[in-house]
Design a binder for this molecule. Structure first.
Ligand SMILES: [Zn+2]
Length: 534
């Protein structure tokens, strides 16, 4: 799937390749949800689901880029020379398998504690960009998992097992793809340098469940879970350890340096990192209540100077902006806006200054669609798609606008045409399911989402929507199975277990294969629960 082709900026053209990112987000916006299922055993957990979906917006800390928080574990030494010498990465005490498991557990904790973005187009863009940039990094593992957090602050983090977390706010603040990629490059460097494994001390290499829970708790605390996360780290000793694990200037500088090389290899502007640093420096310099971590670990002049001197060797060169990035940035601005109407005014004003700017036209079209000005919105999106018919971001956006306008048949025709070229593409399939549900074609929508649940096993939006549509299609066992997976992915094992037991009760005794599968999953979950409680 990935081409080891020559460098070059992220291009529009690359989007027609089918990339299967493994994204996760929770569909939060009730208006976008498919119809409701009335089964009483199902409605009872709506409250829990809503709580999971709207998890408190706890004040996020600033990007690890500023604060050195991305890898809030590892050596308590403060200089790069203090990194424990564990030999090369492969001989590390923490095996890649252990890292993978910690990463999975960590993702579940993040999903349960923080609101994630459910927009299939933004998720696709971010996941694709992470995969693209990873090709130019020093990362050797193929599996990366990106999670997009619904938070306006600049933040990004990396976790063991190839996990990259990004606050959607990063796209609000990073004005072009070069600035944006500098942050992603930095996080990829934390992964490729295996800062986690290198930082863990010998005596801290405890039994896996304890270690995983501790790391997850620390990370949640670090990325915005606040006290909720820290409370999970029991005891004064653990809390002290947590603080020692949180940062290291040495690792941050290494991540800057390695990340910058990645950005350059990808054909992007190395100055983007300098601009990003300066932007964050300015943004938080005068805050009356700076994030906790900035108090102890400001983005130092030294760090900015280091990056600046590394950038100097590349000399001046013109780097174009990426149209896709600017479009997705405008989509993000609309996402965080108070109302679509206010954004219609903003984009119209911007368009007066630059009438030919396609990204602004795109923003205006989305805002118009959300403001129910469907005719104008569809005409604009249609023109943008004609200019580049093979771009999934554009066709998906037009299909969404068609659904909003009630032109479901046209939307279905459009996504089916595109899916023929890009089978199983995540945003196209999600939009197809939405359109089919709007038409009352529940069985077909269920089949689409079932297929997605295989391709995108870690995507909680897929499981959420699959449960809903199974209910509409009258497949109650299906509802419970999908719900079980939804809860499992949020580490809500007790609830997941309940749903599997409901499913088993409804399954015919004669269906021995299904019963055996369910028994196995129930036994696995009981083990998970015991681990969680110990
Ligand atoms: Zn970092």
């Amino acid at each position: 799937m990935r081409h080891a082709s020559a460098g070059g900026p992220f291009s529009v053209e690359r989007f027609h390749r089918v990339i299967k990112p493994q994204g996760f987000a929770i569909r939060k916006d009730a208006a976008h949800r498919p119809g409701r299922c009335q089964d009483p055993t199902i409605t009872e957990d709506r409250r829990v689901i809503l709580r999971l979906m709207n998890s408190v917006r706890l004040g996020s800390f600033i990007a690890c880029l500023i604060a050195g928080l991305g890898m809030p574990w590892a050596a308590h030494g403060q200089g790069s020379n203090d990194l424990p010498t564990l030999g090369d990465a492969s001989s590390s005490l923490i095996s890649p398998e252990m890292e993978r498991r910690i990463g999975e557990d960590f993702l579940k904790q993040v999903r349960a504690a923080l609101p994630t973005v459910d927009d299939p187009v933004l998720k696709y863009y971010v996941e694709t960009q992470v995969a693209e940039l990873a090709q130019y990094s020093e990362l050797r593992e193929a599996v990366l998992q990106a999670i997009l957090i619904d938070n306006e602050q600049i933040n990004a983090f990396a976790a063991p097992g190839g996990v990259i977390g990004i606050n959607l706010g990063l796209m609000l603040h990073a004005e072009d793809v070069h600035e944006y990629a500098s942050v992603i490059g930095h996080e990829l460097a934390h992964l490729s340098q295996r800062h986690f494994a290198r930082g863990i001390e010998v005596q801290r290499a405890q039994a896996l469940p304890t270690l995983a829970a501790m790391v997850a708790a620390i990370m949640i605390g670090a990325i915005g879970g606040g006290d909720a996360g820290m409370a999970a780290v029991s005891g004064v000793q653990a809390a002290t350890q947590a603080n020692q694990l949180r940062y290291s200037r040495g690792r941050e500088q290494e991540a800057d340096r390695v990340g910058l090389n990645t950005v350059v290899r990808a054909g992007l502007d190395p100055q983007g990192m300098v601009r990003m640093f300066e932007r964050m420096h300015r943004a938080y310099r005068f805050t009356s209540k700076p994030p906790e971590f900035l108090l102890t670990h400001p983005l130092s002049e030294t760090r900015i100077a280091d990056v600046r001197s590394q950038v100097q060797q590349y000399g001046p060169k013109h780097y174009p902006r990426s149209l896709d990035y600017q479009m997705m940035r405008n989509r993000t601005r609309l996402h965080f806006a108070d109302s679509p109407e206010s954004m219609v005014k903003v984009f119209e004003r911007e368009l007066k200054e630059q009438p030919d700017d396609v990204a602004t036209q795109y923003g205006l079209a989305l805002a118009l669609s959300a403001a129910e000005e469907h005719g104008e919105a569809i005409a604009m999106l249609d023109r943008i798609l004609v200019s580049n018919p093979r771009n999934i971001l554009y066709s998906a956006s037009l299909a969404e606008a068609l659904i909003q306008a009630g032109m479901t048949d046209q939307a279905i025709a459009l996504v089916e045409r595109e899916l023929a070229i890009n089978p199983d593409n995540a945003p196209l399939a999600m939009i197809q399911a939405e359109a089919l549900i709007a038409k009352g074609r529940h069985l077909e929508a269920e089949a689409v989402l079932e297929r997605q649940s295989v391709v995108q096993q870690g995507d909680v939006d897929v499981w959420y929507n699959l449960a809903e549509v199974s209910g509409l299609a009258g497949n109650i066992i299906g509802v419970h199975l999908a719900r079980a997976q939804f809860f499992y992915l949020h580490a809500a094992y007790q609830r997941a277990l309940q749903h599997l037991e409901y499913a088993r009760r409804l399954t015919s005794r004669e269906d021995e294969a299904s019963i055996a599968r369910l028994n196995q999953r129930i036994a696995d979950l009981r083990t998970k629960l015991r681990e969680q409680r110990s």
